[in-house]
Design a protein around this ligand. Structure first.
Ligand code: CA
Length: 228
């Protein structure tokens, strides 16, 4: 069964999400507090996607996200945000979330986001054993890992997919739409901003000086370019 963690303290919203997930063939694991969510994660290591509410009785969802990410770089994380401030989205993504859904959301929208993320997370085993080395970087597409100067860089699945896209297209300017379509899929109906936020996070992880990036450079008004 495809397990999805549903962390939401409001029982009416949680039931609504759970019913819709079951209808779409998922196996929802419920939690009403951050502590319960972390306990469920320990007991169910096969959870592939987590939905995290932000306003919780014991801790905020960003902290739950940070704690899950500290030990699990593979899981897909979607933040459920009630507020629409840009900061929330950015904070969530910077703490390691892959996506966010703003309440109120339709069951169709939520399921589409989970399906898309689940597909990406599920693609962990690639049949070809392949290594690409460019400058200080070594990308292993079988293990989906990246090393810089022989040191492992911890990436989320989304970040890995972006780096792979760049390394497959060195020196080529990629539009934000290209990156969104390739990494998130054409059926994704989120915002282009998610590309920029992920690039910002990637730069922090891989650039020598993230404030003056040399590997991922900005192509103004268009997108980004990978150069070694
Ligand atoms: Ca709440």
């Amino acid at each position: 069964m495809k397990k999805v963690l549903v962390l939401e303290d409001e029982t009416s919203i949680r039931s609504f999400v759970v019913i819709n997930l079951k209808r779409s063939g998922y196996d929802p694991i419920e939690a009403g507090t951050g502590a319960e969510a972390l306990r469920q994660m320990e007991q169910n290591p096969d959870i592939k996607v987590a939905l995290l509410d932000i306003m919780l009785p014991d801790m905020d969802g960003f902290e739950v996200c940070r704690q899950i990410r500290a030990t699990n770089s593979k899981i897909g994380i979607i933040m459920l945000t009630a507020r629409t401030q840009e900061m929330d989205k950015v904070t969530g993504l910077m703490t390691g979330a892959d996506d966010y859904v703003t309440k109120p959301f339709s069951p169709a929208e939520l399921t589409a986001r989970i399906d898309a993320l689940y597909r990406r997370v599920g693609e962990t085993e690639e049949p070809v054993s392949d290594e690409v080395v460019q400058g200080p970087f070594r990308l292993n597409s079988r293990n989906r890992t990246l090393e810089k100067n022989g040191e492992r860089v911890r990436l989320t699945q989304v970040e890995y997919s972006i780096v792979k896209l760049f390394m497959d297209n060195p020196g080529r300017a990629l539009s934000r739409e290209d990156i969104l379509n390739s990494v998130w899929g054409r059926d994704y109906f989120g915002e282009l901003k998610i590309v920029d936020v992920n690039i910002r996070r990637l730069r922090i992880k891989i650039e020598d000086d993230p404030t003056s990036p040399t590997y991922i450079t900005t192509v103004w008004g268009y997108g980004y370019k990978w150069g070694i």
